[in-house]
Design a protein around this ligand. Structure first.
Ligand code: MG
Length: 176
């Protein structure tokens, strides 16, 4: 395959869903959200970070979160998903694999579909938390929240759905 790939900018998208259950903790974008319901998951259930990891891995064509952190592996039981994000950022930055193409993260846009609670009070902290983990500026990180007007599994408060889109650029071509 040709190595003279002309475009150094790559887009990625990620999607994840987690079920909600009463009495479990809710964490989104690394931020603990006071809520009657939380996520059923092998990890801490941070569905937003999982979608973001898949978007980053997808942009670099490095597989998906299930490939790198299988939920059958006891090492990842209850794991803080911010640690998974830090590992994914290291992967696409070319470290610890020096042979890999190195990318900068240009921007990230996340949409969280959740009926309750309202996430607006936490959005700024979510952006700051993600930016810090990814070593980028808060202005490069967008987090948006929506309800589904009580329609579907999100509307019935049975689960949360997240879409993430990222743009990355080869850092040997684009310098920031
Ligand atoms: Mg997940």
């Amino acid at each position: 395959m040709s190595q003279s790939y002309p475009c150094g900018v790559r887009i990625g998208n990620g999607y994840d869903v987690h079920a909600l259950k009463e009495g479990l903790p809710m964490r989104l974008c690394g931020v603990d959200i006071p809520s009657e319901k939380g996520f059923v998951a092998h990890s801490d259930g941070d569905v937003a970070i999982h979608a973001l990891c898949d978007a980053l891995l997808g942009a670099a064509a490095l597989g998906d979160i299930g490939l790198h952190f299988p939920d059958s592996d006891p090492r990842y039981k209850g794991i803080d998903s911010t640690k998974l994000l830090a590992e994914v950022v290291a992967m696409i930055s070319g470290s610890p694999s020096p042979a890999a193409t190195k990318y900068e993260i240009c921007n990230v846009d996340i949409t969280i579909a959740l009926q309750a609670p309202k996430l607006r009070p936490y959005i700024d902290t979510m952006r700051e938390t993600l930016a810090e983990i990814m070593n980028i500026d808060k202005s490069q990180v967008s987090v948006k929240a929506t309800t589904t007007e009580r329609l579907g599994f999100v509307g019935r408060e049975e689960g949360c759905e997240v879409w993430a889109t990222v743009l990355i650029a080869r850092n040997d071509i684009y310098q920031y």
